[in-house]
Design a protein around this ligand. Structure first.
Ligand code: HEM
Length: 207
């Protein structure tokens, strides 16, 4: 039994010895082994080292105010702070995070600093030049599309405030504690009601 084990060990040692002999006999083999060892080491090290994450851009301070359409125009991402605002269905969202879409040179740059509602409803990436677009001529399916887009913006971006109609007074949000929830419905009676009694209520709880 002990003899058998001894014989196996001797065989193994001579096998490994043969390989070693083979490698050291040729400079090319030595070079190949060196390269393989280096590559294995590199792979091992790169797995261990945590990849440095790309530096995160500092977030802009949260904005909370209402805008007229002309005030909104300044927020197209071309200003030094790069902030981009987009209005959808009467509400203004901070879409700076989506600057690859809405920033200068982006596919939807025409919406940056503008009311995008009509463009979104009609599937056309065009800049709205009107002072205030009441969207009253949009068809019901187009208005549905606006509301769907509004839901997406609401989910993805921070609500900043409302898009003001000409002559409408901005809301003072300074003593607001809660996170804005931003809900709107231009065709709804609630919207009309809040206009008629002069209250601007965009902080009704989420459904
Ligand atoms: C050939 C036509 C189009 C193609 C292939 C296309 C493609 C895309 C893709 C792939 C995304 C998702 C990007 C991502 O999340 O990484 C996107 C988002 C979007 N698209 Fe388009 N699109 C087209 C036309 C339009 C048109 C006509 C409009 C305007 C009405 C539009 C408005 C948008 C908006 C607003 C977003 C969301 C960006 C965000 O997340 O803030 N797209 N599009």
């Amino acid at each position: 039994m002990a003899d058998e084990i001894n014989a196996e060990t001797v065989e193994e040692v001579s096998f490994i010895g043969g390989i070693v002999q083979e490698i050291v006999s040729s400079p090319l083999n030595i070079a190949l082994v060196a390269i393989i060892t280096f590559l294995v080491y590199k792979i091992f090290i790169s797995r261990q080292e945590p990849k440095p994450s790309p530096p995160r851009e500092p977030e802009l301070p949260k904005l909370r105010r209402d805008f007229t359409a002309s005030e909104l125009k300044a927020y197209d991402g071309k200003q030094p702070d790069g902030r981009i605002l987009v209005a959808v269905n009467g509400y203004v969202y901070d879409v700076t995070r989506g600057k690859r879409f809405y920033g200068p040179g982006g596919p939807y740059a025409a919406f940056g600093g503008r009311d995008a509602s009509r463009g979104l409803a009609t599937f056309s990436v065009t800049t709205s030049e009107v002072e205030y677009d009441d969207l009253s001529d949009l068809t019901p399916p187009e208005m549905d599309s606006v509301r769907e887009w509004e839901m997406q913006f609401k989910e993805k971006y921070d609500l900043v405030g409302r898009l003001l109609k000409p002559g409408e007074q901005p809301t003072n949000y300074s003593d607001e504690d809660d996170e804005p929830t931003g809900s709107s419905d231009k065709s709804g009676t609630e919207h009309e009601k809040s206009e008629s009694d002069g209250k601007k209520d965009d902080s009704k709880p989420e459904e």
